[in-house]
Design a protein. Structure first.
Length: 115
């Protein structure tokens, strides 16, 4: 059974940085992509970033372009989200998603940006 475990969330001041990690355990046949989504209180879950596994091609939501960077380590089966210049509106629960023959979600990690 595939499991995704996120880590790295926390409380940070505006302008600060955090790095989220998403570690994959269990058997995956062929990872197509991994991505990050977020959900703020009272809002729908939204796309943040995605990276293809074979070619490491990234894609970002307009709201995070230039501030967030997604990467992956294919040996460690781990995806990362480096978040810089954080804003209060980045506050949300961040979820990792893996796509191979089906989709899998992590349990989420809280990111709070506040002074």
């Amino acid at each position: 059974q595939v499991q995704l475990v996120e880590s790295g969330g926390g409380l940070v001041q505006p302008g600060g940085s955090l790095r989220l990690s998403c570690a994959v355990s269990g058997r995956t046949f062929s990872i197509s992509s991994m991505g990050w989504f977020r959900q703020a209180p009272g809002k729908e879950r939204e796309f943040v970033a995605r990276i293809t596994w074979s070619g490491s091609v990234p894609a970002y939501a307009d709201s995070v372009k230039g501030r967030f960077t997604i990467s992956r380590d294919s040996i460690k089966n781990t995806a990362y989200l480096q978040m810089n210049s954080l804003k209060p509106e980045d506050t949300a629960v961040y979820y990792c998603k893996l796509v191979d023959s089906q989709s899998y979600w992590g349990q989420g990690t809280q990111v709070t940006v506040s002074s």
